[in-house]
Design a protein around this ligand. Structure first.
Ligand SMILES: Nc1nc2c(ncn2[C@@H]2O[C@H](COP(=O)(O)OP(=O)(O)OP(=O)(O)O)[C@@H](O)[C@H]2O)c(=O)[nH]1
Ligand SMILES: [Mg+2]
Length: 368
């Protein structure tokens, strides 16, 4: 039985395949890991398959899966999962964009109890070398969308990652396009993840296969995972929906606190209402912060903002920003678009809610 399976998807990689297989093999040897190297090829028309067959004659741990139909990168990786002969799978590109030297570290982190280990280009210490502007923009857009579902993961669309077999074993993966990791995160069964920074290097040899269709497929994939998470409450994205839901409930209690304090101060303390209102607002912000900190984001391990006072300060600033947005939308809709004032206020509340949740998610309650 192998310790791990390194899955290398390929399509016309004759310029790289020998070197990547040998590099992966060497790194496994160096760390005394018994690694199965599984090349999943989409019936390349160049010499890729022949080179792998040649390598198989001298290296018993090298195997190839040649696919004849349903051409695609994600489909190939998913097929690789089914044919792997170990309990830990690591996916790596053939073109040396991903450093094989990180494989032992990823394996180690899985052994340490993580279900998914992601090579991240977007965390501190990571990066992208030699990428044209267009590629960068597309990648940042894709990452942004993916982070809506998985805000704590900096690179949810990385092509370099390790998973425990149990994560994908019974996952109804519907792989399309390029982003198999997002599919695994969305449909797999996992609790603990870890990111490791690495510098992505653009391919030196061979040709790229990225097409515009990829972007459309990606948007469909995000929508599909979102729908999936609504009905499968064990999924990781559902954890995020639950937080949004709790955040909304806390917001409603904030309204009660706000009105209650206002009434109390005006009626029992005869405080001027213009003075009582900001006091009531501050109390509602405090109320919301406490409940969100203890309940909505209570089960949080290593927080980036570790001091509760700092979180309170961040939350207060974001909330004031939300109130300004709410008011600005109210003014614009009522004065310029003649929207009924209650409807205008409601739209303002909803947009401020979206602002409050997503900005706080990135600033106040984010994982280290
Ligand atoms: N099996 C299979 N592998 C593929 C397919 N498309 C790409 N690959 C492989 O997947 C890995 C990543 O593909 P790349 O073309 O390098 O994608 P990229 O890194 O986004 O783009 P470039 O580096 O600019 O080419 C490489 O090992 C490719 O050979 C495919 O349709 N089927
Ligand atoms: Mg590449």
């Amino acid at each position: 039985m192998y310790d791990l399976t390194v899955i290398i998807p390929t399509f016309n990689e004759e310029a790289n395949i020998r070197n990547i297989v040998l590099a992966v093999d060497a790194v496994c040897h160096e760390h005394s890991l018994l690694g199965q190297i599984l090349v999943v090829d989409d019936n390349s028309s160049d010499a890729t398959i022949g080179i792998v067959h040649e390598l198989m004659r001298t290296n018993g741990n090298v195997e190839i899966l040649i696919r004849e139909k349903d051409h695609g990168l994600s489909q190939s990786v998913a097929d690789g999962f089914c044919h792997a002969k170990s309990d830990v799978f690591i996916v790596i590109d053939a073109d040396f964009s991903h450093p094989p030297a990180l494989i032992p570290r990823m394996y180690e982190e899985i052994r340490n109890g993580h279900d998914i280990v992601i090579g991240s280009r977007y965390m501190e210490g990571g990066g992208i070398r030699k990428w044209p502007l267009k590629r960068r923009i597309i990648s940042i857009g894709a990452t942004f969308l993916g982070r809506l579902l998985f805000p704590d993961i900096t690179d949810p669309v990385s092509g370099f990652f390790a998973v425990r077999k149990t994560v994908v074993d019974s996952a109804p993966l519907k792989p399309r396009g390029y982003k198999i990791l997002l599919e695994v995160l969305g449909k797999g069964t996992w609790e603990k993840d870890k990111e490791i920074p690495f510098e992505f290097v653009d391919r030196e040899t061979g040709s790229s296969k990225l097409k515009t269709r990829t972007i459309i497929e990606y948007a469909c994939q995000v929508a599909d995972i979102t729908l999936y998470s609504f009905v499968n409450h064990g999924s990781a994205a559902w954890r995020e929906w639950k937080r949004i839901f709790k955040f909304g409930i806390v917001g409603l209690t904030g309204i009660v606190v706000n009105l209650g304090i206002l009434y109390f101060l005006v009626e029992f303390f005869s405080l001027n209402k213009d003075l009582a209102s900001p006091v009531a607002i501050e109390f509602s912000i405090l109320n919301n912060f406490i409940w969100n900190d203890l309940w909505t984001f209570g089960s949080y391990g290593d927080r980036k903002v570790s001091s509760r006072w700092h979180r309170l300060a961040a939350f207060t600033i974001v909330s004031v920003g939300g109130a300004v947005i709410n008011y600005a939308i109210f003014l614009v809709l009522t004065t310029w678009f003649a929207v009924y004032y209650l409807a205008a206020q409601l739209i303002g509340i909803l947009i401020a809610f979206v602002w409050n949740f997503f900005i706080n998610r990135r600033l106040t309650w984010i994982r280290k």
